[in-house]
Structure formats: C-alpha cells, structure tokens
Design a protein around this ligand. Sequence first.
Ligand code: ZN
Length: 170
Amino acid sequence: MALREIRVIGDPLLQKVSKPVKAIDGRIKQLLDDMHDTMVAAQGLGIAAPQVGVLKRIVLIEYEDERYELINPVILERRGLQAKPEGCLSVPGKNGIVERPEYVKVSAMDRDGNTYTVEGEEIMAVALCHELDHLDGILYPTKALEMYDVHVRTEDAQDEQEQCDESEAL
Ligand code: ZN
C-alpha cells in the first residue's frame, strides 16, 4: 500500500491539462494502485491522477463496490441536468452545488488496454464529470452555483448528522 500526497486547491498543477496515456506500463499500474489506496485512505469516492501530482488522463472511481479504472476517458453522451452538492479531496472543508448532466456515457481503457464504456446516473454521473474535469484542469468551485463550509470528516466523527453534512469527496 502506497499513499501519495493529495494536491489541494491553490496548487497550480491542478489547473493544468493532463496528457493522454500512450502505453500502460508497470508505472501506470502502480499509479492506479496508489491512487486507489490514497482515495480509500481519504474516504473519497473518486480520484484523478492530477490530484496526486501526475498530469496523465487517468481516473479512478469506486461506486457500489465496483472499481472503475478509466484511462484516457472520453464522454460520449450526456443527458438531462441535476444540481447536487459535491465535494473534492483537493478542496477540503467545502462542498458546493454544481450543475451536471443526469446521465453520462464514458468510454475509456482499463489497465489491460481494453476499451469499455461506463454509464452513470445521479452520483455516478457527477463523479465521472467531476473527475474528467480534473483532467482538463477544472476544479468544481469554478463551476459551483454556491459553495459552503462542511465539517471535515475525522476518524472519531461518529455523529451521523455530521456524516450527512458532507457530500462524497471526488
Ligand atoms: Zn475532485
């Protein structure tokens, strides 16, 4: 298990456009494993490579016990509109309401180089759009309709109300 440092808002690297992955080698697989460990340790639902300081088009989402590794992801379809609170591992202590499509279909490669598509609705659609934005150097506060403070989740925050206050971190 290897944790990487999560870059936070203000770090200029988070505003850069990431480059496509040309070859999936051992380093990319290690990066995917480290991104997963880092995301789990930070209690996030999704993470993008630039958040750990790597400007490559790689996203990882874990939703309903399914792990999605998305290399060079592209949005193929988007439908509808939703405006829900979202949070970001790179924007601690805040949530914001962001307008996103209600449904998206994304094409990407897995770690074996196979192309596949993922469809997402509700939080999964939010997660896909949020993470793909990271690859273009976009942080959600630049899109948010409103921003507000939340309690930072801590190990001993057992209070359910407090848990509910914070949206999923992406
Ligand atoms: Zn984020």
